[in-house]
Every structure is written in structure tokens, then in C-alpha cells.
Write a new protein. Structure first.
Lengths: 98, 144
């Protein structure tokens, strides 16, 4: 009984590890495009860009999103939470032509 | 005598619950970050500290979290696990507190994980609670 009791933390660890695998598998669609704009007029394709290196998503008070699935804030689906602002870091990224 | 017995049983169960809570927390967050590594790395690089530091943090933090869980499992290393939990959770709580009071030039978004749902203030209080639990756990483990 004592041996079983001593094994409980290990069992907790194993079960939690399984749960972590199950609930954290990357599920982002490889086909989903992502676009962001610092000012609403120039849009950048950040599908392959790296958050934190090529661009930032910063908390903001305005009701806007950081990135969208199309280069438009009105004719597209937002990605991520609201009250986020897109900040371009990598000046080598070319704005897309609309 | 009876009151003492109830106290000892309660204390034992409190110790178990604290231990399992910390093991679950470190295992879930550590393994979760390793499984969704790219997403976690992006969230870390989005934080207001240099990317050079962020690159190391994104590797070291999840490995340390899993290590702490393993230290807590083993009875011989449990005290070390509690001490490590206090150290790491103190660092997390301090950082979250600084972001919450806008000590940095910008407030980053969570962009992944629990922060997206609870915000920096709630995250600070959650971290503080877990820090206190780790301290209580260390006290009880030391008494044993």
C-alpha cells in the first residue's frame, strides 16, 4: 500500500504529460495566411514571418486585432484576440500590393 | 490527542495536494511549451526583453519546469524541487507584476496560452498563489 502511495506523484506526472501532449499539439492550419498592418493602409504578409523577430503584437486600447487572414481589417477574419496592435520590426518585409 | 491526530492527517493531505498541484502545473506547462515550441518561442520573442535572451529563455524555461516536476516526484529530491519551484515562480511573478504595472515601454500580448484568457493582473495573482503554495510545501517537507 505504501509503495502504491509513493507512486502517486509519478502517476500524476505521466497523466499530466499525456494531457499536455493532447491539448497542446500545434493545430494551426498550414494553409492559413496571416496579414498585419501598422496603419491600416500598408499590409504585410506575415504568414511565414516570426512573431517577436519580424513583427510584434502589442496590447492596445483600440478595438482592433493584430493580424487578419486577408490584407484588410474589414473584409477578413481577425486572428487572435482583440485590442492588439501590429508593429513591424523587420524593415526588409515588403508591403503587399493591393 | 484526537485533535492532534486530525491536525496531522489534515497536514498530510495538504502536503499531498500542494505536491500534486505543483507537479501538474510544472508538467503541463513544461511539456506543453515543448510540444507547441514554435508558438511558445514566438510569444517569448514578443516579450519586452532582447531576443538574444528570449532565444535562451524559450529553451531553458520548459526544460527547467519539467526538471522541477521530476525533482518533486522523487522523495529524496523533493525539498530541492520545492526550492526550485519557489525560485522559478518568484521570477515569473516578478516579471508578470512588472508587465502588469507597465514598467516596460510596452505591454506585450500573451499570444499563446493562459494569458490570452486571464490577462496580466489575474496571472499575477495566480502566480502569487502558486508561490505561496510552494513555500508552504517546502515548510511541510522540511518538517518531515
Amino acid at each position: 500500500m505504501n509503495t502504491l502511495k509513493n507512486r502517486v506523484p509519478l502517476l500524476v506526472f505521466i497523466l499530466t504529460a499525456f494531457a499536455a501532449f493532447a491539448f497542446n499539439m500545434p493545430h494551426d492550419s498550414p494553409f492559413q495566411s496571416e496579414f498585419g498592418s501598422p496603419d491600416g493602409s500598408e499590409w504585410y504578409d506575415v504568414t511565414s514571418a516570426q512573431l517577436g523577430q519580424d513583427y510584434l503584437c502589442v496590447e492596445d486600447e483600440e478595438a482592433q486585432h493584430c493580424t487578419y487572414d486577408q490584407p484588410s481589417s474589414t473584409m477578413s477574419n481577425p486572428i487572435g484576440d482583440i485590442e492588439r496592435r501590429f508593429v513591424l520590426l523587420n524593415e526588409d518585409l515588403e508591403p503587399i500590393e493591393l | 490527542m484526537l485533535r492532534y491526530r486530525y491536525y496531522m492527517i489534515s497536514r498530510k493531505w495538504i502536503a499531498h495536494i500542494i505536491l500534486w498541484t505543483l507537479i501538474v502545473m510544472w508538467t503541463y506547462t513544461g511539456v506543453g511549451k515543448l510540444v507547441a515550441y514554435q508558438s511558445f518561442r514566438g510569444a517569448i520573442l514578443n516579450q519586452p526583453f532582447p531576443n538574444a535572451i528570449g532565444a535562451y529563455v524559450s529553451i531553458i524555461v520548459p526544460l527547467v519546469e519539467v526538471l522541477l516536476a521530476i525533482l518533486l516526484i522523487n522523495l529524496k529530491t523533493r525539498v530541492l524541487g520545492f526550492m526550485g519551484s519557489i525560485a522559478l515562480m518568484s521570477a515569473f511573478t516578478t516579471y508578470v507584476g512588472l508587465v502588469w504595472v507597465e514598467a516596460f515601454e510596452r505591454v506585450p500580448c500573451g499570444c499563446a496560452g493562459i494569458l490570452e484568457y486571464v490577462g496580466w493582473e489575474a496571472h499575477f495573482y495566480i502566480n502569487l498563489s502558486l508561490l505561496l503554495l510552494a513555500m508552504i510545501g517546502l515548510l511541510i517537507a522540511n518538517e518531515k
